[in-house]
Design a protein around this ligand. Structure first.
Ligand code: ADP
Length: 192
């Protein structure tokens, strides 16, 4: 099994690149943002709860997010590996993920971190807002808060994965294909 965390700030291109990795390495894609948005659209209990945090640029509480993640894994077990996109975003989430995978006799192989400058992130999110229909992309204050939350709560995970020798920084500037090529190269060298 190959299990990859695709990591980076909002707008770094995690979702776009995750899809490329899914095709090449036959992974099952778990995007917590996508699962939340599906629930928001269907106005499930989870969706209504998540919406109140997401529209402010806050994180959905760990307890709720971890429970959802476990249920995504449990309903998709016959797979060659997972790519986690948008999870973990806090230290308790990373610890929970390690535990869940260990219980299944597997573990994270690598955390691939897309490195993108703040100005470029804001520009990408502004552009994405034009066609994504995402309320959290349309409001500059919400974008600023998402970046702040990333810096405060999520970026400490770099050290978490570096301590396990699993952290790989990838230049996230350039064309989508250039970045995909960098990711493939890193993964292939780690798996070799
Ligand atoms: P982006 O990375 O572009 O901000 P995502 O689609 O990954 O977008 O996430 C959208 C929002 O969903 C986040 O801003 C956050 O509110 C919520 N969310 C997604 N994943 C998590 C998570 N692991 N923990 C808490 N909240 C999350």
């Amino acid at each position: 099994m190959i299990n990859i965390v695709i990591f980076g700030p909002p707008g770094a291109g995690k979702g776009t690149q995750a899809i490329k990795l899914v095709d090449k390495y036959n992974l099952f894609h778990i995007s917590t943002g996508d699962v939340f948005r599906k629930n928001m659209k269907e106005q499930t209990e989870l969706g209504v709860l998540a919406q109140s945090y997401i529209n402010k640029g806050e994180l959905v509480p760990d307890e709720v997010t971890i429970k959802m993640l476990i249920s995504e894994i449990e309903s998709n077990t016959n797979v060659e590996g997972y790519i986690f996109d948008g999870f973990p975003r806090t230290t308790p989430q990373a610890e929970a993920l390690d535990k869940i995978l260990a219980e299944r006799g597997t573990s994270i192989n690598m955390c691939l971190a897309l490195d993108v400058e703040e100005e470029e992130l804001k520009e990408r999110l502004r552009k994405r807002a034009l066609d994504s229909g995402r309320a959290d992309d349309a409001n500059p204050e919400v974008i600023q808060n998402r970046i702040k939350v990333y810096l405060e709560e999520t970026s400490p995970l770099k050290a978490y994965y570096a301590n396990q020798d699993k952290f790989v920084k990838i230049n996230g500037h350039g064309s989508i294909d250039d970045i995909t090529a960098r990711l493939f190269e890193s993964i292939d060298s780690i798996l070799a």
